[in-house]
Ligand binder design. Structure first.
Ligand SMILES: [Cu+2]
Length: 471
């Protein structure tokens, strides 16, 4: 038997640890799983990943609880999350091909909503949703055989499914192949999903689900691991140079397809759609398409130290929160990547320049290598900044002296540390739009912490960009 339903029971059993001798709910396990050792699944909250499995098939018990709770999803924005075990996404579940997996779902009486769980790793009705449909105060369970190795999404499929997923009820289950995945130095688990809130981006305070936005598929926030800042600041993922890194990437959606990309890293190996079928593993991939309700596993070796951004390369979503950081520490590798001091080459300027602008350009270009503070001259051309990379002193206040030498209107904006140009801590030039031949300025209180910040022209956001390194 590959799929069976346990009857409802009154309350969730708290299982001490590994050895559980009697079957759940007082019903004997099927013949197929009864002779297997029973173990409780190690459940790990994102971005953590359970330990690799080095054992034969087992009867694995997965204890899940629906948790409804207030949480912050973006700076100052409170929202009522519906989750599995208290995190968005829910914990990563790791089982082995051939395991009999008993999924128990408890819905505490203190909750308001009906919930269930559909695991895409299941062959059986609703992926288990019908067998686990629980109102507040109920618990139910079912068992399935993990037949097909892969990384799968699980989610609540109760009521209006999109509401439950958007509110946080999804996660990933890894069915590890019988011949286990090769060992790597670092494994991370990231879930992408969308919030459709009643407020606009930047509006603080408690917010609710906006059904009109949900149906229009226009999210307020697109997040990795449930918060616009889960994978930045203290949540920044960490690795050393030379590490092999594996990322389990799950897209809860509910609506958007993810174009997963790591800026500055090429994926050495991608298991498309989360399948470990060898014919689907591909090498040297830049961007991975992950549909809602789908997953992918990527592997790469970190070569060069630095801070790498994980993004959805539908790049406007970065402004909605779809950005995370991976910090790689270690020795520089000039054999692979090195910065070359920029010197202006004659004839590279798009249009004839006066002696004065040529001098200014030479000065500003030369200035890129040093740590700058105070007044910093920046030319606005059609359509680029000169210089476009600058290093500025941490904790100082700098003023970019903007000179529009082009024929188009430009401005300068600096994003916050999350790459958001609309955030309260992002800044914009004065005047907001600088006409051809005019000057403006942009004062910036440089953060005290080292890092990189993006800047751009709002009118030419694709080509007219630059980077500020805070040192
Ligand atoms: Cu639910």
């Amino acid at each position: 038997m590959l799929f069976r339903i346990h009857p409802p029971r009154a309350a969730a059993a708290v299982l001490a640890a590994v050895a559980i001798t009697s079957a759940f709910g007082g019903i004997a396990c099927s013949k197929d799983s009864s002779d297997l050792k029973t173990v409780e699944a190690e459940l790990v909250a994102p971005p953590g990943v359970p330990e690799p499995i080095r054992r034969g098939p087992a009867h694995v018990v997965v204890n899940l609880e629906a948790v409804e709770q207030q949480a912050e999803i973006a700076p100052g924005v409170q929202y009522t999350l519906w989750t599995f075990n208290g995190t968005n996404p829910g914990p990563m579940i790791r089982v082995r091909e051939g395991d009999y997996v008993e999924v128990r779902l408890n819905n505490p009486a203190t909750n308001q909503e009906v919930h269930n769980i559909d695991l895409h790793a299941v062959n059986g009705p609703g992926g288990g949703a019908e067998a686990t449909h629980v109102g507040p105060g109920e618990s139910r369970a079912f068992e399935f055989k993990a037949q097909a190795p892969g990384l799968y999404v699980y989610h609540c499929a109760a009521g209006i499914v999109a509401d439950h997923i958007s509110n946080g009820m999804y996660g990933a289950i890894l069915v590890e192949p019988a011949a286990p995945l090769p060992r790597v130095d670092k494994e991370f688990y990231v879930g992408q999903s969308e919030y459709y809130t009643t407020g606009d981006r930047g509006d603080e305070g408690p917010q609710k689900l906006d059904t009109a936005k949900l149906l229009a598929e226009t999210p307020t926030y697109v997040t990795f691991n449930g918060n616009t800042q889960s994978l930045t600041g203290e949540g920044t993922l960490q690795a050393e140079t030379g590490d092999t890194v594996r990322i389990f990437w799950a897209n809860g959606g509910p609506n958007l397809t993810s174009s997963f990309h790591a800026i500055g890293e090429i994926f050495d190996k991608v298991y498309e759609y989360g399948t470990f079928d060898r014919r689907n593993a591909i090498a040297h991939v830049q961007t991975v398409l992950v549909p809602p309700g789908g997953a992918a596993v990527v592997e790469f070796k970190t070569d060069v130290p630095g801070v790498y951004k994980l993004v959805d390369h539908a790049i406007s979503r970065v402004s909605k929160g779809a950005v995370g950081l991976l910090e790689v520490k270690g020795k520089e590798r000039p054999d692979i990547f090195r910065e070359v001091t920029a010197t202006p080459e004659p004839g590279t300027t798009a249009e004839p320049t006066t002696t004065a602008t040529a001098t200014a350009a030479a000065t500003t270009a030369a200035a890129t290598a040093e740590v700058l503070s105070g007044d910093i001259p920046v030319e606005m051309r059609d359509n680029s900044f000169a210089p476009k990379t600058m290093t500025v002193a941490a904790g100082s206040t700098v003023t970019f002296q903007l000179d529009n030498v082009g024929k188009a209107i430009h401005n300068m904006q600096i994003a916050n540390s999350a790459g958001d140009y609309d955030a309260a801590d992002a800044v914009k030039s004065d005047p907001e739009l600088i006409r051809p031949g005019e000057k403006g300025e942009l004062e910036w209180k440089v953060p005290a912490k080292a890092g990189t910040y993006k800047f751009r022209c709002e009118i030419h956001p694709v080509e007219m960009t630059g980077t500020l390194t805070v040192k």
